[in-house]
Design a protein around this ligand. Structure first.
Ligand SMILES: [Zn+2]
Length: 322
C-alpha cells in the first residue's frame, strides 16, 4: 500500500464511523469530510474509495495488493473534481452527472475538493444529484470551510469531522516520519496541529526562511541595512507568507519577553531572537501584530504590497524604546 493510502493514526474515529456504515449496509450517498487542511482528508477519501473498490479487503481495510488496489489513486472509477482556476464550474458537475447516469454495476466515486469552491450554478446542479441518489455512487465532498457550503448541500451529506491532532499523537507520528527533527512542537503549533501541514512546513524550508527574516530585522536594528533595501528584498516574497512569518517572529518575541522560552518556534535561533527582543516595547509589539492582522484581513483587496511592506518596515523602529 502506498503511504497516502494508509489510515493515519488520528483518523481512526472517522474510520470506525465509516466502517459502521459499511457493516450496517447504510453507506451514504454523500460524505462531507470537514476539518483544517493538513489532516489528510484527501488520503482518507482515497482510503474510503479503495475500500469500496478492493476485491479482497482484510480486517476492514483494503488489501493494497489486488488489481484494483494497485490502480489507486488512479482508478478509472475514481474522479477528482477540482476548481478550474477559482471555482468548480457547473460544467464539471454536469460531466459528473453524465457519468452517474451511465449504467454501472461497480462503484463510481467522485471527490469534490475543495467543496467550498463550488460556483453557485455548480452547487445547484450538485444539489439535484444529492436529492436523487443513484445506486453504487458515492460523492465525497472535502472542505476546510463547511459553512461556506449551502446548508441544503450540507444537510444531504453525512459529515465526518476531522479535528486538529493532540500534541503527543501528532509529535509521535511526525517523529516516526522524520526522526532527525529534534523539536516538532513549534512547527506543529504553527501548522495548527495538522501533522501533514507540519511536515510540509518543514520541507518547504519555511523555518530557514523565517530565520532569515530575523537576521534581516537584526541588521535593520543595527543600521547595517537601509530600510528601502529591506523593502525591496521583502517585496519579492509572497506577501501572505511574509505576513505569517512576521507574525510568528512577533509571537515568539512576545513569549520571550514574558520569560517563556519553551515552545518557541525559533528555538534554534533563540540567541538572535533574544537580541532582537532586547529593547522592544511589548505595547509596540502588540500594535505591530495588530497591523499584521489588519493587512491579512485586507489581502483579498488588491493591495500595493510594496507599499504595505514599506509601512511595516517603517513601523518597526517605533517598537524599540530609546
Ligand atoms: Zn485490494
Amino acid at each position: 500500500m502506498t503511504t497516502e493510502n494508509r489510515l493515519l493514526p488520528w483518523q481512526e474515529p472517522q474510520w470506525r464511523h465509516w466502517q459502521q456504515y459499511v457493516a450496517c449496509g447504510t453507506i451514504p450517498h454523500a460524505l462531507l469530510l470537514t476539518g483544517p487542511s493538513g489532516l489528510g482528508k484527501l488520503a482518507f477519501a482515497h482510503l474510503v474509495s479503495q475500500s469500496l473498490f478492493c476485491m479482497t479487503p482484510a480486517h476492514e481495510l483494503p488489501c493494497g495488493q489486488c488489481q484494483t488496489c494497485r490502480l489507486m489513486p488512479h482508478h478509472p472509477d475514481l474522479h477528482l473534481i477540482q476548481p478550474d482556476q477559482q471555482f468548480i464550474r457547473v460544467a464539471a458537475i454536469r460531466d459528473m452527472i453524465h457519468i452517474i447516469n451511465l449504467t454501472s454495476r461497480t462503484w463510481r466515486i467522485f471527490l469534490i475538493q475543495p467543496a467550498d469552491r463550488l460556483h453557485t450554478a455548480a452547487a445547484n446542479a450538485l444539489l439535484k444529484t444529492l436529492e436523487e441518489p443513484t445506486l453504487n455512487t458515492l460523492l465525497i465532498l472535502l472542505t476546510a470551510a463547511p459553512h461556506a457550503l449551502p446548508a441544503t448541500i450540507r444537510s444531504r451529506c453525512q459529515t465526518l469531522a476531522f479535528q486538529p491532532v493532540a500534541t503527543t499523537q501528532a509529535v509521535n507520528w511526525l517523529q516516526r516520519q522524520r526522526p532527525q527533527v529534534e523539536d516538532w512542537e513549534p512547527v506543529l503549533t504553527l501548522s495548527g496541529h495538522a501533522p501533514l501541514a507540519a511536515l510540509s512546513t518543514l520541507e518547504s524550508g519555511r523555518v530557514d526562511q523565517i530565520q532569515t527574516l530575523v537576521e534581516n530585522l537584526m541588521t535593520l536594528n543595527a543600521g547595517q541595512i537601509q530600510p528601502m533595501q529591506l523593502v525591496n528584498l521583502w517585496a519579492k516574497q509572497p506577501f501572505a507568507r511574509l505576513l505569517d512569518d512576521l507574525t510568528i517572529i512577533c509571537h515568539d518575541m512576545m513569549r520571550l519577553s514574558a520569560g517563556y522560552k519553551q515552545r518557541l518556534f525559533l528555538l534554534r535561533v533563540v540567541d538572535k531572537l533574544q537580541s532582537l527582543s532586547a529593547n522592544i516595547k511589548p505595547v509596540g509589539l502588540l500594535r505591530f501584530i495588530e497591523q499584521l492582522n489588519q493587512l491579512k484581513r485586507q489581502q483579498h483587496v488588491n493591495l500595493n504590497t510594496t507599499m504595505c511592506v514599506e509601512v511595516l518596515i517603517s513601523a518597526w523602529p517605533t517598537l524599540i524604546s530609546s
